[in-house]
Design a protein around this ligand. Structure first.
Ligand code: FE
Length: 365
Protein backbone atom coordinates (compact mmCIF):
# COMPACT_ATOMS: atom_id res chain seq x y z
CA UNK A 1 0.00 0.00 0.00
CA UNK A 2 1.40 3.40 -0.91
CA UNK A 3 2.27 5.97 1.71
CA UNK A 4 -0.62 8.10 0.57
CA UNK A 5 -3.26 5.41 0.64
CA UNK A 6 -2.06 4.18 4.02
CA UNK A 7 -2.46 7.65 5.39
CA UNK A 8 -5.88 7.89 3.79
CA UNK A 9 -7.15 4.63 5.18
CA UNK A 10 -5.74 5.14 8.66
CA UNK A 11 -7.31 8.55 8.85
CA UNK A 12 -9.86 8.33 11.61
CA UNK A 13 -11.22 11.81 11.14
CA UNK A 14 -12.09 13.85 8.18
CA UNK A 15 -11.79 17.50 7.36
CA UNK A 16 -13.56 16.99 4.08
CA UNK A 17 -17.03 18.33 3.76
CA UNK A 18 -19.40 17.48 0.97
CA UNK A 19 -22.06 20.09 0.71
CA UNK A 20 -24.88 20.77 -1.65
CA UNK A 21 -24.73 23.90 -3.74
CA UNK A 22 -27.47 25.70 -1.79
CA UNK A 23 -25.95 24.71 1.55
CA UNK A 24 -22.61 26.24 0.57
CA UNK A 25 -24.39 29.45 -0.31
CA UNK A 26 -25.89 29.64 3.17
CA UNK A 27 -22.78 28.71 5.09
CA UNK A 28 -20.32 30.78 3.05
CA UNK A 29 -22.50 33.63 1.92
CA UNK A 30 -19.72 36.20 1.90
CA UNK A 31 -16.20 36.45 0.66
CA UNK A 32 -14.21 36.73 3.88
CA UNK A 33 -15.02 33.21 5.07
CA UNK A 34 -15.52 34.48 8.61
CA UNK A 35 -18.51 32.20 9.01
CA UNK A 36 -16.74 29.09 7.77
CA UNK A 37 -17.28 26.16 10.14
CA UNK A 38 -14.67 26.01 12.90
CA UNK A 39 -13.04 22.69 12.37
CA UNK A 40 -10.69 22.90 15.33
CA UNK A 41 -13.52 22.61 17.85
CA UNK A 42 -13.45 18.83 17.57
CA UNK A 43 -10.36 17.38 19.27
CA UNK A 44 -10.17 14.49 16.79
CA UNK A 45 -10.37 16.67 13.70
CA UNK A 46 -7.33 17.50 11.60
CA UNK A 47 -6.15 20.97 12.42
CA UNK A 48 -6.86 23.13 9.42
CA UNK A 49 -5.26 26.39 8.42
CA UNK A 50 -7.46 27.41 5.54
CA UNK A 51 -9.81 25.99 3.01
CA UNK A 52 -10.40 25.43 -0.65
CA UNK A 53 -13.78 25.13 -2.33
CA UNK A 54 -13.79 22.51 -5.04
CA UNK A 55 -16.70 22.45 -7.47
CA UNK A 56 -16.56 19.08 -9.15
CA UNK A 57 -18.57 16.98 -11.56
CA UNK A 58 -16.42 13.93 -10.85
CA UNK A 59 -18.03 11.58 -8.32
CA UNK A 60 -15.79 8.78 -7.09
CA UNK A 61 -15.27 7.67 -3.52
CA UNK A 62 -11.54 7.40 -4.11
CA UNK A 63 -11.46 11.09 -5.03
CA UNK A 64 -12.90 11.93 -1.62
CA UNK A 65 -10.17 9.92 0.11
CA UNK A 66 -7.60 11.74 -1.97
CA UNK A 67 -8.91 15.14 -0.89
CA UNK A 68 -8.59 14.05 2.73
CA UNK A 69 -4.93 13.27 2.02
CA UNK A 70 -4.47 16.85 0.83
CA UNK A 71 -5.93 18.18 4.09
CA UNK A 72 -3.61 15.97 6.12
CA UNK A 73 -0.61 17.14 4.15
CA UNK A 74 -1.35 20.87 4.05
CA UNK A 75 -3.92 21.58 6.75
CA UNK A 76 -6.18 23.04 4.07
CA UNK A 77 -9.74 21.86 4.35
CA UNK A 78 -11.51 20.81 1.14
CA UNK A 79 -15.16 21.78 0.73
CA UNK A 80 -16.54 19.68 -2.09
CA UNK A 81 -19.53 20.88 -4.07
CA UNK A 82 -20.85 18.34 -6.54
CA UNK A 83 -23.04 18.90 -9.55
CA UNK A 84 -23.11 18.42 -13.30
CA UNK A 85 -20.56 20.46 -15.24
CA UNK A 86 -23.26 22.63 -16.77
CA UNK A 87 -24.89 23.27 -13.38
CA UNK A 88 -21.57 24.25 -11.83
CA UNK A 89 -20.59 26.50 -14.74
CA UNK A 90 -23.97 28.20 -14.58
CA UNK A 91 -23.65 28.55 -10.82
CA UNK A 92 -20.16 30.09 -10.89
CA UNK A 93 -21.15 32.34 -13.74
CA UNK A 94 -24.23 33.70 -12.01
CA UNK A 95 -22.40 34.17 -8.69
CA UNK A 96 -19.85 36.36 -10.45
CA UNK A 97 -17.54 38.16 -8.04
CA UNK A 98 -19.31 36.63 -5.05
CA UNK A 99 -18.61 33.05 -5.98
CA UNK A 100 -17.19 30.72 -3.36
CA UNK A 101 -15.72 28.43 -6.03
CA UNK A 102 -11.93 28.18 -6.02
CA UNK A 103 -11.60 25.31 -8.49
CA UNK A 104 -13.84 23.89 -11.17
CA UNK A 105 -13.11 20.27 -11.99
CA UNK A 106 -14.81 18.34 -14.77
CA UNK A 107 -14.30 15.72 -17.46
CA UNK A 108 -13.73 16.18 -21.18
CA UNK A 109 -12.09 19.16 -22.82
CA UNK A 110 -15.45 20.15 -24.34
CA UNK A 111 -16.77 21.02 -20.87
CA UNK A 112 -13.54 22.82 -19.92
CA UNK A 113 -13.96 24.80 -23.13
CA UNK A 114 -17.51 25.76 -22.12
CA UNK A 115 -16.18 27.03 -18.79
CA UNK A 116 -13.33 28.81 -20.57
CA UNK A 117 -15.82 30.47 -22.95
CA UNK A 118 -17.93 31.53 -19.96
CA UNK A 119 -14.83 33.35 -18.62
CA UNK A 120 -14.77 31.30 -15.44
CA UNK A 121 -11.07 30.48 -15.24
CA UNK A 122 -8.09 32.62 -14.27
CA UNK A 123 -4.70 31.92 -15.83
CA UNK A 124 -2.51 29.98 -13.39
CA UNK A 125 1.23 29.94 -13.59
CA UNK A 126 2.88 27.15 -11.64
CA UNK A 127 6.35 25.79 -12.34
CA UNK A 128 5.27 22.48 -10.79
CA UNK A 129 2.22 22.07 -13.01
CA UNK A 130 4.10 23.17 -16.11
CA UNK A 131 6.85 20.69 -15.41
CA UNK A 132 4.64 17.75 -14.42
CA UNK A 133 1.74 17.96 -16.87
CA UNK A 134 2.48 17.41 -20.55
CA UNK A 135 1.95 20.58 -22.60
CA UNK A 136 -0.63 18.85 -24.82
CA UNK A 137 -2.89 18.17 -21.82
CA UNK A 138 -3.17 21.68 -20.41
CA UNK A 139 -4.40 25.03 -21.62
CA UNK A 140 -1.49 27.09 -23.00
CA UNK A 141 -2.55 30.07 -20.85
CA UNK A 142 -2.87 27.96 -17.71
CA UNK A 143 -6.68 28.23 -17.63
CA UNK A 144 -7.02 24.49 -16.94
CA UNK A 145 -4.86 21.42 -16.50
CA UNK A 146 -5.51 17.75 -17.28
CA UNK A 147 -4.99 15.41 -14.32
CA UNK A 148 -6.05 12.07 -15.78
CA UNK A 149 -6.50 10.91 -19.34
CA UNK A 150 -8.60 8.43 -21.25
CA UNK A 151 -8.40 7.36 -24.87
CA UNK A 152 -11.41 7.05 -27.18
CA UNK A 153 -10.54 3.94 -29.13
CA UNK A 154 -11.94 1.23 -31.37
CA UNK A 155 -13.44 -1.71 -29.45
CA UNK A 156 -14.17 -4.74 -31.60
CA UNK A 157 -15.68 -8.20 -31.35
CA UNK A 158 -12.75 -10.54 -31.83
CA UNK A 159 -14.96 -13.19 -33.47
CA UNK A 160 -16.01 -10.68 -36.13
CA UNK A 161 -12.99 -8.48 -36.77
CA UNK A 162 -9.43 -9.36 -37.58
CA UNK A 163 -7.35 -6.60 -35.96
CA UNK A 164 -5.28 -6.50 -39.13
CA UNK A 165 -8.33 -4.95 -40.82
CA UNK A 166 -8.14 -2.03 -38.40
CA UNK A 167 -5.95 1.04 -38.78
CA UNK A 168 -7.33 4.55 -38.23
CA UNK A 169 -10.45 6.53 -37.30
CA UNK A 170 -10.41 7.76 -40.90
CA UNK A 171 -10.60 4.17 -42.20
CA UNK A 172 -13.94 3.64 -40.42
CA UNK A 173 -15.57 5.57 -43.30
CA UNK A 174 -14.41 2.89 -45.75
CA UNK A 175 -17.28 0.87 -47.30
CA UNK A 176 -15.65 -2.35 -46.06
CA UNK A 177 -17.27 -1.55 -42.68
CA UNK A 178 -20.81 -1.27 -44.10
CA UNK A 179 -23.39 -2.43 -41.54
CA UNK A 180 -20.66 -3.23 -38.99
CA UNK A 181 -20.34 -0.10 -36.81
CA UNK A 182 -22.41 0.97 -33.81
CA UNK A 183 -21.84 4.19 -31.89
CA UNK A 184 -23.64 6.51 -29.48
CA UNK A 185 -25.42 9.65 -30.70
CA UNK A 186 -23.74 12.85 -31.90
CA UNK A 187 -25.15 14.65 -28.85
CA UNK A 188 -22.52 12.82 -26.81
CA UNK A 189 -19.67 15.08 -25.79
CA UNK A 190 -16.98 12.39 -26.26
CA UNK A 191 -17.95 11.99 -29.91
CA UNK A 192 -18.04 15.76 -30.35
CA UNK A 193 -14.50 16.09 -29.01
CA UNK A 194 -13.32 13.27 -31.27
CA UNK A 195 -14.85 14.95 -34.34
CA UNK A 196 -13.31 18.26 -33.20
CA UNK A 197 -9.94 16.47 -33.25
CA UNK A 198 -10.61 15.23 -36.80
CA UNK A 199 -11.43 18.81 -37.85
CA UNK A 200 -8.12 19.88 -36.30
CA UNK A 201 -6.31 17.22 -38.34
CA UNK A 202 -8.19 17.50 -41.67
CA UNK A 203 -10.38 20.60 -41.74
CA UNK A 204 -14.14 20.84 -41.78
CA UNK A 205 -14.88 19.75 -45.33
CA UNK A 206 -12.90 16.56 -45.23
CA UNK A 207 -14.30 15.72 -41.81
CA UNK A 208 -17.85 16.11 -43.12
CA UNK A 209 -17.04 13.64 -45.89
CA UNK A 210 -15.66 11.31 -43.25
CA UNK A 211 -18.84 11.59 -41.15
CA UNK A 212 -20.97 10.70 -44.20
CA UNK A 213 -18.93 7.59 -44.90
CA UNK A 214 -18.86 6.62 -41.21
CA UNK A 215 -22.65 7.03 -40.87
CA UNK A 216 -23.19 4.95 -44.02
CA UNK A 217 -21.50 2.07 -42.18
CA UNK A 218 -23.79 2.10 -39.13
CA UNK A 219 -25.47 -1.18 -38.21
CA UNK A 220 -28.25 0.74 -36.43
CA UNK A 221 -29.24 4.31 -35.58
CA UNK A 222 -27.03 5.75 -32.80
CA UNK A 223 -28.38 5.06 -29.30
CA UNK A 224 -27.37 4.20 -25.72
CA UNK A 225 -24.03 4.97 -24.04
CA UNK A 226 -20.46 3.66 -24.24
CA UNK A 227 -21.19 0.67 -21.98
CA UNK A 228 -24.24 -0.14 -24.12
CA UNK A 229 -22.11 -0.12 -27.28
CA UNK A 230 -19.54 -2.45 -25.74
CA UNK A 231 -22.20 -4.94 -24.62
CA UNK A 232 -23.85 -4.83 -28.04
CA UNK A 233 -20.54 -5.38 -29.79
CA UNK A 234 -20.11 -8.49 -27.61
CA UNK A 235 -23.67 -9.55 -28.54
CA UNK A 236 -22.90 -9.13 -32.24
CA UNK A 237 -25.25 -6.19 -32.91
CA UNK A 238 -22.26 -4.47 -34.51
CA UNK A 239 -18.69 -5.61 -35.09
CA UNK A 240 -17.04 -2.54 -33.56
CA UNK A 241 -17.62 0.72 -31.76
CA UNK A 242 -15.82 3.77 -30.39
CA UNK A 243 -15.61 3.97 -26.60
CA UNK A 244 -13.48 5.37 -23.80
CA UNK A 245 -10.88 3.05 -22.32
CA UNK A 246 -12.16 3.32 -18.73
CA UNK A 247 -15.51 1.74 -19.61
CA UNK A 248 -13.91 -1.52 -20.69
CA UNK A 249 -11.54 -1.42 -17.70
CA UNK A 250 -14.52 -0.98 -15.36
CA UNK A 251 -16.30 -3.96 -16.95
CA UNK A 252 -13.12 -6.05 -16.68
CA UNK A 253 -13.14 -5.44 -12.91
CA UNK A 254 -16.79 -6.47 -12.58
CA UNK A 255 -17.24 -9.98 -11.16
CA UNK A 256 -20.61 -10.42 -12.86
CA UNK A 257 -20.17 -13.43 -15.22
CA UNK A 258 -22.17 -11.60 -17.92
CA UNK A 259 -19.63 -8.76 -17.82
CA UNK A 260 -16.75 -11.22 -17.92
CA UNK A 261 -18.26 -12.74 -21.06
CA UNK A 262 -18.40 -9.30 -22.66
CA UNK A 263 -14.79 -8.58 -21.78
CA UNK A 264 -13.73 -11.97 -23.21
CA UNK A 265 -15.21 -10.99 -26.59
CA UNK A 266 -14.39 -7.30 -26.90
CA UNK A 267 -10.84 -6.15 -27.54
CA UNK A 268 -9.23 -2.73 -27.82
CA UNK A 269 -7.53 -1.32 -30.87
CA UNK A 270 -5.60 1.94 -30.58
CA UNK A 271 -6.10 3.78 -33.89
CA UNK A 272 -3.67 5.95 -35.85
CA UNK A 273 -0.56 4.42 -34.31
CA UNK A 274 1.42 5.03 -37.51
CA UNK A 275 0.22 8.63 -37.63
CA UNK A 276 -0.82 11.24 -35.10
CA UNK A 277 -1.88 8.69 -32.44
CA UNK A 278 -5.10 7.79 -30.62
CA UNK A 279 -7.51 10.51 -29.49
CA UNK A 280 -7.15 11.26 -25.79
CA UNK A 281 -9.20 13.41 -23.49
CA UNK A 282 -8.89 14.41 -19.84
CA UNK A 283 -10.40 15.00 -16.45
CA UNK A 284 -9.23 18.51 -15.74
CA UNK A 285 -9.51 21.50 -13.47
CA UNK A 286 -8.70 25.17 -13.33
CA UNK A 287 -8.62 27.99 -10.79
CA UNK A 288 -11.75 30.15 -10.82
CA UNK A 289 -11.26 33.83 -11.72
CA UNK A 290 -13.04 35.12 -8.59
CA UNK A 291 -11.71 32.40 -6.28
CA UNK A 292 -11.68 33.49 -2.63
CA UNK A 293 -8.70 31.19 -1.91
CA UNK A 294 -6.57 31.23 -5.07
CA UNK A 295 -3.27 30.23 -3.38
CA UNK A 296 -4.90 27.19 -1.80
CA UNK A 297 -6.43 26.35 -5.16
CA UNK A 298 -3.02 26.27 -6.83
CA UNK A 299 -1.63 24.16 -3.96
CA UNK A 300 -4.47 21.72 -4.48
CA UNK A 301 -3.82 21.42 -8.23
CA UNK A 302 -0.10 20.94 -7.56
CA UNK A 303 -0.97 18.21 -5.07
CA UNK A 304 -3.01 16.43 -7.78
CA UNK A 305 0.13 16.29 -9.91
CA UNK A 306 2.20 14.41 -7.31
CA UNK A 307 3.01 10.76 -8.07
CA UNK A 308 0.88 9.33 -5.28
CA UNK A 309 -2.11 11.56 -6.00
CA UNK A 310 -1.83 10.82 -9.71
CA UNK A 311 -1.94 7.09 -9.13
CA UNK A 312 -4.89 7.37 -6.79
CA UNK A 313 -6.84 9.88 -8.84
CA UNK A 314 -6.40 7.88 -12.06
CA UNK A 315 -7.55 4.67 -10.36
CA UNK A 316 -10.77 6.35 -9.24
CA UNK A 317 -12.12 6.16 -12.78
CA UNK A 318 -9.76 3.62 -14.37
CA UNK A 319 -7.94 6.37 -16.21
CA UNK A 320 -4.31 6.92 -17.13
CA UNK A 321 -2.20 9.29 -15.02
CA UNK A 322 -0.99 12.29 -17.03
CA UNK A 323 2.38 12.47 -15.29
CA UNK A 324 5.08 10.45 -16.98
CA UNK A 325 6.40 7.47 -15.01
CA UNK A 326 3.44 7.11 -12.62
CA UNK A 327 2.28 3.50 -12.51
CA UNK A 328 -0.75 2.59 -14.59
CA UNK A 329 -3.60 0.42 -13.33
CA UNK A 330 -2.87 -3.26 -14.22
CA UNK A 331 -6.13 -3.66 -16.19
CA UNK A 332 -5.36 -0.59 -18.32
CA UNK A 333 -1.81 -1.81 -18.63
CA UNK A 334 -3.14 -5.10 -20.04
CA UNK A 335 -4.68 -3.13 -22.94
CA UNK A 336 -1.13 -2.34 -24.04
CA UNK A 337 0.79 0.87 -24.42
CA UNK A 338 -0.08 3.26 -27.21
CA UNK A 339 0.85 6.46 -28.94
CA UNK A 340 -1.51 9.29 -28.02
CA UNK A 341 -2.32 12.20 -30.32
CA UNK A 342 -0.08 14.93 -28.92
CA UNK A 343 -1.97 17.80 -30.51
CA UNK A 344 -2.75 20.21 -27.67
CA UNK A 345 -6.31 19.25 -26.75
CA UNK A 346 -7.03 22.93 -26.09
CA UNK A 347 -7.14 23.23 -29.89
CA UNK A 348 -10.29 21.08 -30.02
CA UNK A 349 -12.45 23.55 -28.07
CA UNK A 350 -12.79 26.13 -30.84
CA UNK A 351 -13.76 23.31 -33.27
CA UNK A 352 -16.63 21.99 -31.17
CA UNK A 353 -19.42 24.10 -32.63
CA UNK A 354 -18.28 23.12 -36.13
CA UNK A 355 -18.04 19.50 -35.03
CA UNK A 356 -21.71 19.47 -34.04
CA UNK A 357 -22.70 21.02 -37.37
CA UNK A 358 -20.54 18.63 -39.36
CA UNK A 359 -22.13 15.67 -37.54
CA UNK A 360 -25.62 17.04 -38.22
CA UNK A 361 -24.92 17.66 -41.88
CA UNK A 362 -23.28 14.26 -42.21
CA UNK A 363 -26.39 12.55 -40.83
CA UNK A 364 -24.95 11.36 -37.50
CA UNK A 365 -28.10 11.32 -35.38
FE1 FE B 1 -17.83 8.71 -19.15
Amino acid sequence: MSKLSRRLFLSGSTALTVVGVSQLMTSCGNNNNSNAPDNTSSPSATETTGEVNLYSSRHYNTDTELYEGFTQETGIKVNLVEGSADELIERINSEGENTQADILMTVDVARLWRAEEAGIFAPTSSAILEERIPASLRNPEGLWFGFTKRARVIMYNQDKVNPEELSTYEDLADPKWKGRIIVRPSSNIYNQSLVASLIEAHGEEQTEEWVKGFVANFARPPQSNDTGQIKDVAAGVGDLTLANTYYLARMAKDDDPAMQEVVEKVKIFFPNQDGRGAHVNISGAGVVKNAPNPENAVKFLEYLSTDTAQEFFAKGNNEYPVVEGVSVDPVLDSFGSFKADDTNIAAFGPNLADAVQVMNRGGWE
